[in-house]
Design a binder for this molecule. Structure first.
Ligand SMILES: C[S@@+](CC[C@H](N)C(=O)[O-])C[C@H]1O[C@@H](n2cnc3c(N)ncnc32)[C@H](O)[C@@H]1O
Length: 309
């Protein structure tokens, strides 16, 4: 798959966090083009093993091709990382990587409908086997539900206004293309010199909703903890604050030596329990200046590392 070009983000930092070694067993829940996976297999040669998955069939094929030189040392499946524990044995891995979000080929291929820079179908499915598309959300949800998505997943301050305009516009002509939707948002909120396109947050929100990215992340962290051995590391790269908050909350909750009943942490209601993990890096690690200069898409990356106890 020679056209699948994705620069793996924070490669050195990922390898340092996972510490691959011969005989070790690792999992990559977001294979993409297999860049991180190849680095893990190289660093764990000659006997390290890798389980890998991606829900995008194009990515899985690209990764298979990229990893051909490591034949006999990996098992790859097309699937959601939220389901990793269904096929990777509990307590079997020394490390898991989740490099969240979309890949460059997904963004750059107009036909996938992730980008408003080029015209394409309003699709945004990472897993093209699922039926729900962005067009379906935009054309069928009520204005309140759409506004909720734009606000909760995109932080879009004009969420209600945009949602109401979509509801009105689609009566004349349903939304089918990325440029059609971006055009409406741009008419409602003209750019006035800003660098970011006014539809950026709406597109991010729709993408997160179509792919249930927040739900998958929550379930993926739980599955990840299950498949790790004690001492195994969970390494997560997120690209926006919503994802990072979920990773942080998961780490905070699971590293506590107590749990509590109810929605607020009242000291009197605490029950002692053994923590399940500890932070290796309490603060998020960010790409260095050289990487930022070389790969502008890495600019919002944040890496967090936890270790199973
Ligand atoms: C940032 S790219 C990963 C790039 C990869 N680390 C590399 O070196 O090429 C994210 C990939 O994760 C996949 N992905 C996102 N969420 C997923 C999920 N819940 N389950 C499986 N794959 C997912 C996307 O399809 C995409 O290919």
């Amino acid at each position: 798959m020679p056209n699948y070009i994705h620069k793996p983000v924070m490669l050195g930092e990922v390898v340092a966090a996972l510490r691959p070694r011969p005989g070790g067993c690792y999992a990559d829940g977001t294979l993409g083009g297999g860049g991180h996976a190849a680095a893990i297999l190289t660093a764990s040669a000659p006997t390290g093993w890798l389980y890998g998955c991606d829900q995008d069939g194009v990515a899985v094929e690209a990764a298979r091709e990229r990893l051909a030189a490591f034949a006999g040392r990996f098992e790859i499946r097309r699937g959601n990382f939220a389901e990793l524990a269904d096929w990777v044995a509990a307590g079997s891995c020394d490390g898991l990587l989740l490099d969240l979000g979309v890949s460059s080929p997904q963004l750059d291929e107009a036909g996938r409908g992730f980008s408003f820079q080029q015209d394409g179908p309003l699709d945004m499915r990472m897993d093209t086997r699922q039926s729900l598309t962005a067009a379906e959300l935009v054309n069928t949800l009520g204005a309140d539900e759409l506004a909720k998505i734009f606000w909760e997943f995109g932080g879009e301050e004009q969420s209600r206004r945009f949602a109401r305009a979509i509801e009105t516009d689609r009566r004349q002509r349903p939304f089918t293309s990325t440029v059609q939707l971006a055009g409406l948002i741009e008419r409602l909120a003209p750019r006035r010199g800003q660098r970011t396109h006014p539809a950026t947050k709406v597109f991010q929100a729709l993408r997160l909703a179509v792919n249930d990215e927040i739900g998958a992340l929550r379930r993926g962290l739980v599955a990840g903890l299950k498949i790790l051995k004690p001492g195994g590391r969970l390494v997560v790269i997120s690209f926006h604050s919503l994802e990072d908050r979920i990773v942080k909350e998961f780490g905070r909750e699971r590293s506590r030596d107590y749990e509590f009943d109810g929605p607020v942490d009242v000291p009197e209601l605490r029950r002692a329990r053994a923590p399940e993990l500890k932070w290796v890096e309490r603060k998020a690690v960010k790409p260095g200046a050289a990487e930022l200069a070389d790969n502008p898409r890495s600019r919002s990356a944040q890496l967090r590392v936890m270790e199973k106890i």
